[in-house]
Write a protein that binds this ligand. Structure first.
Ligand SMILES: Cc1ncc(COP(=O)(O)O)c(C=O)c1O
Length: 368
């Protein structure tokens, strides 16, 4: 029998059985986008998302695409073209925020930090206090360093100075507890895949209601990703473009699976247990966990130093090809600037805890 391929990556991994059941049944019973089953389905996932995230003062908007689509939609829909955006970047997705804002021609204050380094909050406070920026964009779960940015603290500064705060929550929503309202977040770029465990083809943004009202007067600059237009349609049970109802059904099933695990708190506890087991195992095997001062580790994965006696490629190849107890494992290189020094192991998706015990045995073997 072929081994079970376990994905230790943050994108494509095993999904809940309810999501897989949709994939199997849908061909025989498709839903027509303008038919009678569509509006109730959209309404169910709209209310399911805001309930799961305790985000009653936010409007969810679903889009065909991935996390990057949500980033483009927020940057292109929530800012006036003259607003100055402070981009706090200390990882690959902060770089992407900067790249997308530059493509839109947004005036920017660029806080370009070494990957993983905690942003200096006094500097952020000073920039906002001097009125040099009108809005801030930052990543919460920094996937390239597997750490968390101080978004609550940045949000408190934005609140104090009356600035908009846009958060890339792509790898954090549904798994890292977030207090969107209390943290002063204006809009979140999200995902229906990562922490929610549906497929990576439907994405999501959340926009605070007061910002949405202001956005009626803002030019919508990302064609086909206009959050104002799409939110208005979705609130009435439709969508201005084609959207895949199977993906919406999978999101509904993923929300049910999340609820069955105890919601975001329950899923966070599951991921934390995996992280504790794995991190203890990594250290027992002599690996060094990458840490940055003042940056807590994320609960979705761990960045590790590449050991001196084996290359990342050789390690990844052995784990992906040598079967241990019926399993093979796919791990992830680090990104860009960090890839010469680090590699990453994520523990996302629908796996039982014992899978990670098998993985630690495989890792011990592969490390020789
Ligand atoms: C924090 C963060 N933002 C944005 C993205 C972009 O997602 P994608 O490349 O799937 O569009 C990712 C993907 O891993 C991410 O981790």
């Amino acid at each position: 029998m072929a081994p079970r391929v376990v994905s230790l990556t943050p994108a494509v991994f095993h999904l809940p059985e309810g999501v897989n059941a949709v994939s199997r049944a849908y061909g025989a019973q498709p839903i027509v986008p303008r038919g009678p089953a569509f509006a109730p389905l959209l309404a169910a996932i709209r209310s399911g998302v805001t309930a799961a995230l305790r985000a009653s003062e936010y409007e969810p908007v679903f889009l065909t695409g991935t996390g990057s689509t949500a980033m483009a939609a927020v940057l292109g829909s929530c800012l006036h073209p003259t607003e100055r955006l402070l981009v706090i970047r200390n990882g690959a997705y902060g770089d992407r925020l900067h790249e997308f804002a530059r493509a839109l021609g947004q005036p920017m204050v660029d806080m370009d930090l070494p990957y993983g380094e905690r942003p200096d909050l006094d500097r952020v406070d000073a920039i906002l206090g001097r009125g040099e920026a009108d809005a801030v964009a930052v990543v919460y779960g920094a996937t390239s360093s597997c750490s968390l940015n101080p978004v609550a603290e940045i949000g408190a500064l934005c609140k104090r100075h009356g600035k908009k705060l846009f958060v890339d929550g792509v790898s954090a929503l549904f798994v890292e507890p977030m207090e969107l309202g209390a943290w002063g977040i204006s809009a979140v770029m999200g995902s229906c895949n990562k922490g929610l465990h549906a497929h990576p083809n439907l994405t999501m943004c959340l926009v605070r209601e007061d910002l949405l009202a202001e956005m009626q007067r803002l030019p919508q600059r990302a064609p086909s990703l206009e959050l104002v237009k799409i939110q208005a349609a979705q609130a009435k049970g439709s969508h201005p473009y084609t959207i895949d109802p199977m993906s919406l059904l999978q999101v509904k099933a993923a929300l049910e699976a999340l609820e069955a695990e105890g919601g975001v708190a329950g899923r966070h506890a599951i991921y934390s247990a995996r992280a504790a087991l794995l991190r203890e195992g990594y250290e027992r095997l002599g690996l060094t966990i990458a840490r940055w001062e003042g940056m807590p580790l994320s609960s979705i994965g761990t960045a590790l130093e590449i050991p001196a006696n084996v290359s990342y490629e050789a390690l990844a190849h052995r784990l992906a090809t040598e079967e241990v107890d019926g399993h093979t494992f796919e791990i992830y290189a680090a990104q860009g600037k960090l890839s010469a020094r680090l590699f990453r192991i994520f523990h996302m998706g629908s796996y039982e805890l014992d899978v990670y015990r098998v993985f630690l045995r495989a890792l011990g073997r592969a490390l020789g």
